[in-house]
Design a protein around this ligand. Sequence first.
Ligand code: 9GP
Length: 815
Amino acid sequence: MTEITAPKSPVTAEQFADEIREQLKYTQNVTAEQATAADVYVAVSKAVRNHLADSWFKTQADTVNGNTKAVGYLSAEFLMGKQLENALLNAGLTDQFDKAVEALGFKPKDIVDAEYEPGLGNGGLGRLAACFIDSLASLGVPAFGYGIQYKYGIFKQKFDENGKQVETPDYWLANEEPWGHTDYNRDQKVSFGGKVVENADGTKTWEPAWSVRAVPVDYMVPGYKSQRVNTLRLWTAKSYDEFDLLAFNRSEYMDAVAPQVKAENISKILYPEDSTKVGKELRLEQQYFFVSASLHDAIRVFYPGQDKPDLTTFPNKIVFQLNDTHPVIGIPELMRILIDEYGYDWDTAWSITTKTFNYTCHTLLPEALEVWPASLIGELLPRHLEIIEKINAQFEAELKAKGVAADTIKDMAIYTGDAVRMAYLATYGGSHVNGVAELHSQLLKDVTLKNFSDVYPDKFTNVTNGVTPRRFVKLANPRLSDLITEGLGTDKWVSDLELLKGLEPLAADDEFVKKFAAVKKANKHAFVGFAKDHYGIDIDENTLFNTMVKRLHEYKRQSLKILAVISTYADIKSGKVKAEDITPRTVFFGAKAAPGYYLAKMTIELINNVSRVISSDSAVKGKLAVHMLPNYNVEMAQNLIPATDLDEQISQAGKEASGTGNMKFALNGAMTVGTLDGANVEIRERVGADNFFLFGMTVDEVEAQYANGYDPAKYYEADPRLKQAIDLVADGTFSNGDRNAYSPLVADWLTKDWFMTLADFSAYMGIQSEIEALYADELEWNRKAVLNVANSGYFSSDRSMEDYLERIWHTAPLA
Ligand code: 9GP
């Protein structure tokens, strides 16, 4: 066995420069003189990986040999963001890097900028997974992230000359990608289709029709100051029959590569959230592909070289978290592996399986809880459908024995005959189910999974989300980080975020608050430069920076914000608001809409056109500006969040499961205007009601409106400002006179408005005067912002992980 050595000790800047030169010479094959920033980026990345390698090997060995159970985080998305700065920070090499690349004749920023951001996630769910694996490594908990290395991540967003969203493919692997190591020697076979045959002894054999080769690409996940490096293993699909030479020789060139194309399609593209109909089959293939490969991989890792491992110990080795319904096919897959591949009986297999899995639900929208047509599962995974049917029969019998009414049993069916409800399968087939904020977990119990919570109350728990302070404070906001360290007299807060509480008394210290205000100003100034470089826009930094960044969805209510902007615009233009009463504001939107989501895309178009009209109107110049920034991603978040004064979290109450942007903004000293939804509730509780701009209906009020028959037109008629704003959209003001341009949006607002934008409009406008009055008092505003930072330490993903360890995983860091 190779000896596991201690992690390499940090090097000097000179030594690190030599290591970079060596990488340039021997792996990049360029001299330091020939090297471009892109070459140096790859060389530095490989040099950093080398520094992490020994800790990685040691963590792997301890994971297998130690007495702590590992965590397997199964997620279709990991939205990692750029890697280099994070890896440098965690390897303790940031200073050496700065000096070394300067010695090589480069600016550190140019090297960092040479990295292309991988977009292997749609939004909050994928970014949460990335925060969680960072925290697990930082806490020293052995863990694997398991997912897919999509060849194309989330689409790149551009806007055409009419302001419409245009999606272009994100080929993030166009250039050398130094972080992932493709490990062809640890591949897995994943099969599909075919039929199930019954053997003479009553056992079943699945005879699949086709298979693909799952090849892992391994990413190091370095912990901050923990000396631990975990693994993110992303699977990529390859064909076993690369090339059909016979077909090629018959000149059937397309047919010759058909098997390759079919296999590689599986990991070709990240599935767009909220999309309709298309690609169901491919989506299920993707899910099964990465889950099957990951389960087999875990068995390989924990029982090396064993033909007949004792898999009754499997749940003591690793516990799997199902991130939303996407990996839930893992439940019948583990049953199949145990029964068909290792010969366990049903009851033993079920006992192992239910101890192995837990499920996190991240939504309250019924359409986001996946339901698969049984016919599709039957075609692709015939053996799994049989197992699901049997699970369902066992479940029904169990419910009956518990005295559950027949109607309720029917409502709870996992398998309806036509369809398989993955959330129900996950709830029954795992040990715990959790929501992602207190309100959300409560609503899961009271509404979405009520029947299940009635029968299995002990399964349900809450773990409120969190964000990693390394990326979203320390790296994103170095100025604030330095000030926090100065204020607390220690930088320990980076791994113990509750220490931020120590800043609370400093909110009463005017000198500290002024320093805090200066940090915000400097961040705004820096963002002005970033926006000029990246988007070619000019921003007035002496305005209130007001930001709404998140996926575009009706429930998140970007419509509410843009209608409010339109109303303000109309008031300034008409002179209704006096010039001296106006708080100059720059409103930033960042949002991608799912390609098939018509109203969401129209909302983007509207925002762009409101931006266009306002920017060309001299009457509002210097008072109001709106920017729809293209291609919102992790990099933009890291630059815009620290520069923001006011954050928008204005979803309809009861619809946003948690939100994590809200946490990032509060931690970076933005004030929040928000509804009582998701984690807003807990943020407000912690930062204090006086330091949060609350407005809008509560969950109960929303429910009462639905029950009474909600009529949006009533609100349109009752509030002249709302009427005026909608009329301006309808009359062609933002569409060069074309009255039809936004008619679907207007019709939806006036006749449907499912998420009650109109009902909350007056309250939203009402809170604006409070916001502006406070903003006018710079010291008071910043005092409250300091209190937001001081009281948001709870929203660290380190704390989320500790909650999972205690409530769900029942494991601990390695010794
Ligand atoms: O919509 C939720 C968001 O509120 C939450 O913060 C995030 C992480 O838990 O998950 C999102 N859910 C999804 O993207 C799909 O369920």
